[in-house]
Design a protein around this ligand. Structure first.
Ligand code: GLP
Length: 242
């Protein structure tokens, strides 16, 4: 794992540049995309680059990591809505080429999602954020490293963290559908972004004290040969990268 500590806006620029470089090399590449506040700056940079005609997403395929169970596409807290509002509606990606796990008709999605990724040739570059408890996508502590797409009961801490986007904590869905840790590990390359003090505990555990085990889902990335971790100073404080 390679650790890069940068200012927040530099992270956004560099990661967007990495994505654009990949699209130029492979115009029909497969992107694995994340939601949450962390990748917003990356998406804003991508929209800017598209508007400046530096890149076209015409042949790009994308797969999102996860979705809340029970939120319809037009609910502004659904990850489907988030992706369209913050990225897809502002670029020339083909709507048939974008995939967000279905939090309503999830039975069918559970059967097909990993296969769709496989049929697309696998994910070339997976973008990840991280939860304060070390979750990636919605793979909470205790998730099997061998998991593919599955339903999950969200932990109290995740519901609390994510309640800042909802008008009250009662509105936060308690279940989600998420790509599994094995699904994520099959990506050819992974970029994880962590910003802010509330990610410091998980990032420190990842680099310092913690071994590789299911109590810290992000630790699975230590078994992947091609991972870059971009942190701002707050997230990386006290981390010793050897
Ligand atoms: C949610 C998402 C994760 C994301 C995490 C952190 O739980 N399922 O994919 O990484 O939130 O969100 P934020 O970037 O807003 O801190």
């Amino acid at each position: 794992m390679e650790l890069k500590v940068l200012e927040s806006n530099k992270i956004d620029e560099e990661v967007a540049n990495e994505i654009v470089t990949l699209i130029k090399e492979k115009p029909n590449c497969v992107l694995g995309l994340a939601t949450g506040s962390t990748p917003l700056g990356v998406y804003a940079n991508l929209v800017k680059k598209y508007e400046n005609k530096e890149v076209s997403f015409k042949n790009v395929r994308s797969f999102n990591l996860d979705e809340y169970v029970g939120l319809k596409h037009d609910n502004d807290q659904s990850y489907f809505y988030f992706m369209h509002h913050n990225l897809f509606d502002h670029i020339d990606i083909n709507p048939n080429n974008v995939h967000v796990p279905d939090g309503i008709n999830y039975e069918n999605c559970l059967k097909t999602y990993d296969n769709e990724i496989k049929k697309a040739g696998g994910i070339d570059l997976q973008i990840l954020g991280i939860g304060s408890n070390g979750h990636i996508a919605f793979n909470e502590p205790g998730t099997d490293f061998d998991s593919f797409i599955h339903l999950v009961d969200l932990k109290e801490s995740t519901i609390k963290d994510n309640s800042r986007f909802f008008s009250s904590i009662e509105e936060v869905p308690t279940r989600a559908i998420t790509m599994g840790l094995r699904s994520i590990m099959q990506a050819k390359r992974i970029i994880l972004i962590a910003k802010g003090k509330n990610k410091n505990h998980a990032i420190k555990a990842l680099f310092d004290e913690h071994g590789i085990d299911e109590t810290l889902p992000v630790s699975v990335l230590k078994l992947h040969p091609n991972v870059e971790i971009y942190c701002d100073k707050d997230a990386a404080e006290g981390v010793i990268d050897e």
